[in-house]
Design a protein around this ligand. Structure first.
Ligand code: G6P
Length: 367
């Protein structure tokens, strides 16, 4: 094998641990530290004329796209549509002139995403591609190519490609915001400085590996697990549930924390662990009140938050995972780490084939 696992038991764990380095590597090519500005390749079309962004992807890449929707709307005030590729292609989407279609893919070969890309091009959209394999078909078909520099990803369950996608998408959000006149040079400097803090914060998050491993046994015994988050951390709840399903075969669902009362709360009892992703910040209080609704029904909560969040709301939880305190912009990158590690250790506890889960392929080249 050309690529080794190093000292790690699985490729997935190795790739989780590579994140501080590969995210730094990716960020380096999208920002200039001399003047703290983002610097993307200059497209042959006018970014400031983009009126709508349509994001299309599959699997974990789709969840990176969901985070980007929050960022593009919040920073650049550009309306964003988002779809999984298999739905987008066949729902006859309305694609008006002046639209940017953004495709996110680790492999650059996923058949549904590629078909969606070609459809969007035929409908007159400009094509941007965030891709990890620079020689891939999608990379070749892009008008604006935004590579992630995660290096080869071997584990079927995507980890480092996801955080690198988020790094690129945050830089793109800032670039769009600037093009739309919504980000002053001073604000842009702040964004760049927050992003530059991500690698160290990812390192700090990895330091909780053993603590996460020690709680994996409890989750491994569960039949169902629920993940809750809000705002840009809601897609992380979806990603957490996907990771757990993919490699441990435990049924898991991710939900927007505020939507839980419209259904999944009926599932709650003391046999259903609920993983709550709640960095302290503007949405913290609301998420905590949803968490308390779970606790009032006997639900066992694992709270992932920072020191302040755990101090404020950690009492009564089954377990807590303390993350470094970070700016909300980089929280989705940093909180990806505990979510990945939890799925990993649960799968190891269950003895599944972590790198090659049953029925799954690394790259799905059939529609
Ligand atoms: C497969 C993989 C997932 C991946 C998805 C999309 O289902 O198992 O890990 O997220 O494809 O792949 P892409 O290469 O397009 O990101």
């Amino acid at each position: 094998e050309l690529i080794s696992k190093g000292n790690h038991r699985h490729y997935m764990l190795k790739e989780i641990y590579e994140q501080p380095v590969v995210v730094a590597q990716t960020l380096r090519s999208y920002m200039r530290r001399i003047d703290d500005q983002v610097s993307l390749p200059i497209p042959d079309f006018d970014l400031s004329a983009i009126r709508r962004v349509t994001i299309v992807a599959c699997g974990t890449s789709f969840y990176a796209g969901m985070v980007a929707k929050y960022w593009f709307e919040q920073f650049a005030r550009i309306p964003v549509d988002i779809d999984v590729a298999s739905e987008f292609r066949y729902r006859e989407p309305v694609l008006e002139p002046g639209g940017l279609a953004l495709f996110i893919s680790q492999s650059g070969e996923t058949a549904d995403t590629l078909a969606a890309l070609r459809h969007a091009r035929a409908e007159g959209q400009k094509i941007a591609v965030v891709v990890n394999v620079p020689t891939s078909t999608m990379a070749r078909e892009a008008d604006l190519l935004l590579p992630t520099h995660a290096g080869p990803e071997i584990g079927v369950a995507s980890t480092k490609a996801f955080t690198c996608q988020l790094a690129v998408l945050a830089a793109l959000a800032a670039n769009l915001a600037r093009a739309k006149g919504r980000l002053s040079p001073e604000e842009e400097k702040k964004v760049v400085r927050h992003l530059a803090e991500a690698p160290a914060a990812l390192n700090a998050a990895l330091a909780y590996d053993e603590a996460i491993e020690s709680m994996a046994g409890v989750i491994a015994g569960a039949r169902d697990v629920l993940y809750l988050g809000r705002g840009p951390d809601y897609p992380l709840a979806l990603e957490g549930a996907l990771k757990l399903k993919e490699i441990s075969y435990i049924h898991a669902e991710g939900y927007a924390a505020g939507e839980m009362k419209h259904g999944p709360i009926a599932l709650i009892d003391d046999a259903v662990p609920v993983i709550v992703i709640a960095p302290s910040g503007p949405l913290f209080e609301k998420t905590v009140s949803n968490m308390q609704e779970v606790q009032a029904r006997g639900g066992k909560v694992v709270l992932i938050s920072d020191y302040d969040g755990i101090a404020a709301a950690g009492d009564g939880c089954l377990a807590t995972i303390t993350m470094p305190k970070v700016h909300p912009l980089i929280a989705p990158l940093v909180y990806a780490v505990p979510v990945q590690l939890l799925a990993y250790h649960v799968a190891v506890a269950k003895g599944t084939d972590v790198d090659q889960p049953r029925n799954l392929a690394k790259s799905v080249t059939v529609e």
